[in-house]
Design a protein around this ligand. Structure first.
Ligand SMILES: NC(=O)c1ccc[n+]([C@@H]2O[C@H](COP(=O)([O-])OP(=O)(O)OC[C@H]3O[C@@H](n4cnc5c(N)ncnc54)[C@H](OP(=O)(O)O)[C@@H]3O)[C@@H](O)[C@H]2O)c1
Length: 173
């Protein structure tokens, strides 16, 4: 929790813990993009500078908060933070203004690690394949998390691999 807000991370990860390759996602999963949109809409999103630069463009109706160590970084009009605490402060203010109560951490690898102790909830898409990559996540200590949602999807014309949407809540005791 940060100032009354749930702090959530959203990510897609292969069976061998890959989340990225060469500055991009290593798969094409149209279904996962819809899941991402549904779960981030109207909420502040915190991301690393590299993930920001990997986006195809600004995603509508979501504040993009960019984390960088470079205080002169120009974020194309989006808020820029140089520490985790500053990013959370900006996000909490945005959440309050929009009357939402969830802050979304959207990657990439460095940022998921940096925020690991702050995360209350994961929206975790498990991509059922093993592939090469250069950016990794986890593995999560499953015993510390309670699954509250699971939905299995097959490969389709627009989805390269079978995948499972999961929501995991941090166990409190
Ligand atoms: N599968 C998924 O769900 C998913 C989601 C998001 C991203 N990705 C993938 O992940 C990859 C990018 O991840 P990444 O780990 O290379 O980069 P990243 O986490 O997106 O960004 C790293 C940058 O964040 C800034 N940063 C890191 N720690 C910081 C700190 N303590 N304080 C201030 N700034 C800090 C630095 O920016 P400066 O260098 O500017 O200082 C650093 O270079 C891409 O391949 C992307 O496609 C996958």
């Amino acid at each position: 929790m940060f100032k009354g807000n749930i702090v959530s991370a959203i990510l897609a990860v292969s069976e061998n813990n890959v989340i990225g390759s060469d500055g991009d996602l290593p798969w094409r999963l149209s279904n996962d993009l819809k899941w991402f949109k549904k779960n981030t809409l109207n909420k502040p999103m915190i991301m690393g500078r590299k993930t920001f630069q990997s986006l195809p463009g600004i995603l509508p109706n979501r504040t993009h908060i960019i984390l960088t160590r470079d205080p002169s970084f120009q974020g194309e009009g989006n808020p820029v933070a140089t520490t985790m605490e500053q990013a959370l402060e900006i996000a909490a203010k945005d959440a309050n203004e929009k009357s939402v109560s969830e802050i979304m951490i959207i990657g990439g690898g460095e940022i998921y690690k940096l925020f690991a102790d702050q995360i209350d909830r994961y929206y975790l898409t498990r991509v059922h394949t093993e592939l090469d990559g250069d950016t990794f996540f986890g593995p999560l200590a499953e015993a510390s998390w309670r699954e509250t949602f699971q939905e299995v999807h097959r490969t389709s014309e627009r989805d390269d691999f079978p995948h499972t949407f999961r929501i995991l809540e941090r166990k409190t005791e």
